[in-house]
Design a protein around this ligand. Sequence first.
Ligand code: C2E
Ligand code: MG
Ligand code: MG
Length: 811
Amino acid sequence: MRTRTEEALRASEERWKFALEGSGDGVWDYNFQTHKVLSSRRYKEMYGLAEHDNEDVVTQWEKRIHPDDKICVMTDLRTYLDGDASSPFSAEYRMRCSDGSWKWILDRAVLVSRTADGKPLRMIGTHTDITERKLLQMKQLMMVLECSSEAVLLVNKEGFILFANDSAVRLFGYAQNELVGCSVDVLVPLKARPGHGSHLAAFMSNPKPRPMATAQQLFAVRKDGSEFSVEVSLSPIEIDNQVFVITGVLDITERKRLEREMQLAAMVYRAIGEAIMVADADNRIVAVNPSYTRLTGYTEQEAVGQSTKLLKSGRHTKDFYWRMWQSLEKTGHWQGEIWNQRKNGEAYLEWLVINTVYDDNGAVLRRIAMFSDVTDQKRAEQTIWQQANFDPLTGLPNRRMFHDRLEQEIKKAHRSALSLALLFLDLDRFKEINDTLGHAIGDLLLKEVAQRISGCVRDVDTVARLGGDEFTVILSEIDDFGSIARVAQGILRSLAGPFQLDGEILYESASIGITLYPDDAATLEELLKNADQAMYAAKHQGRNCYSYFTSSMQEAAHARMRLIADLRSAMAENQLLVYYQPIVELATGAIHKAEALIRWRHPVRGFIAPSEFIPVAEEVGMIVDIGDWVFREAIRQTASWRLSHDPVFQVSINKSPVQFLREDNSHGGWADYLKALGLPGQVIVIEITEGLLLETSKIVADKLLAFRDAGVQVALDDFGTGYSSLSYLKKFDIDYIKIDQSFISNLAPGSSDMALSEAIIVMAHKLGLKVIAEGVETAEQRDLLIAAGCDYGQGYWFSRPVPAEEFEKLL
Ligand code: C2E
Ligand code: MG
Ligand code: MG
């Protein structure tokens, strides 16, 4: 019976074993009292055990558990057995096979019986080989880590690296096999290692996923020794009963740099003097800085959310904004000056720079506008520019601006193959008006003249004032040469009208010189010289007219230059002489007077007439020295004749207006010179021209009066050719008038010149003046003059001007 029961039992156990083994698991059966383990065939197969290994396997089992797993497994088992063991025991751990390899197994067991006093008696369990699954798990983990773009290290709790992905390899510069197996300390800079060790220990004692000391600045070091900022994240992972740390390492060098830049930018943004406005793609303001508020008057709260049109002044055309947007859309950039309006309504000029920030897809993200108020700066610039380029009195371009324009017009004319005309205009009586009526009236006159000239030209032409009473006109793009003369005539006509200035009515005229580009000259300098020469030609033609530049003018100008050069040496080289021409007392034929006339014996050209070189000497101022020389020479001669021949002998000396105005009396005037020589003033008569009397300056009047006070007489030369009025003659205390030879040469009984001469003589006598007739060439003329009561005669009839030695014979 027992046997049958046992057999039945054995049969049922066999079936059960068979069933378990059929599933591929190894089965074991352990008796706590005998310490004997029964194991199935499959069990032995799994570990490569021999049949007899059945004996005492519990020791073998314990021995074969992986040292890393053993404590864990034994602890778990103890806990299971000490508890009520209501549910099965389960553990995963590594077991060594007899060939030394390791297998991962899942050990599931149940306590099937206890002793009477509750001690464990029998336990049955299965081992499932889970090596494959474990490997797969690990592989999957590695794959996940490998794919991470972040550098990842798998570190065990001792701090050794078990795995490093490609990113980590790249980041640290080590090869994969160099990293695996070494301590993470290698990747920590020396100075940070102690801290790092305590971090790791702290983490391991309480492993929870967390970023590692994010607030703390962490550094890592590459193989090449270079350090860099990192952010480290730690995630614990339990693999096979062990805690590992998945360590993510992020290189934040660039981020740090950006952060620093951002900080800097933010600082600049707040501190910068320029206003900054940031707008989004829809042109809504998203940020403004304090300077923006200072400049526009809008606070941040007021501005943010508004359209960027907030500051629009309405001063610009639609077209202006359209172009701005064109540029912004095309290049993302615009800069320029723009009139905007502050909150208080005040318009101001700003220098604005707009830049665009795009997102990763190239769409507009932000527009950043930076601007500063340049109103004052602009105003100052404008004033400076205005002052530098325009004449403040007339508002016309000044010399500088004129030069610029002429330069440009020359270029333009050159390109377009058209001509341009340059007009040089000089007022005829400006100095006189300025001197008699004062500078205030002179200024008004210039202003009015400027307006009248401007009124005669087209908009494209340029009228400029070079200074004083000199104006220029550039007539550009000329295709009809007749138009030049028309403009010149128009200007003369418009100036001919009376000027009503501050209650005064006056008249003015101008002389205009005209030159053409490219016909007369190719450069600015030449054009100016030509126009100037032509203007002088117009003056010589009698003023109030215009004259074209001609090549003969050019030649004359050259000749003049030569003449000036020669004249400079003439005095030093004794080429100058003084001739004397007697002035005969008509009633008696006596000679007590003579006119001193200068002669220039040129070494090459022979005698050069005074009419040729005196005006030039006047123009360049040399007349002062020449005149002084003539004066001294004549005085010396006269003083000697007074002693030798005639004690009342008197010499007439010509004195040009230029001498009156230019000579400086630093070493005394002529009167002083006479006094110094002990000679009376009666030794000389000063011959002046009518023009001088028009010079109303005080200098002239003072000098004439000084002569009178010194007893020096004054003769008015070439009378009848100028504009002298009787009042002038009286005012300046003139002693003689010399009737111009143009009247004398035509003297005939009953002629108009006869009548005129007679009238002059009568009038002069009435005013207490004596009359000298010039250019008496015939006996008839002499007789007619005697009959008319003329006092003195001078002319070839009596004698030509002759050298002193010859003159002596006449005395
Ligand atoms: P002016 O003072 O009217 O001098 C008279 C001019 O008439 C002289 O010319 C003289 O030679 C000329 N003349 C005299 N009698 C006759 C005549 O019967 N027929 C003609 N056809 N001419 C006669 P000249 O010497 O050539 O001088 C010309 C001008 O040059 C002078 O005119 C005077 O204005 C100026 N001049 C001459 N010497 C001097 C000088 O030393 N200083 C200055 N500042 N001017 C001078
Ligand atoms: Mg004279
Ligand atoms: Mg004369």
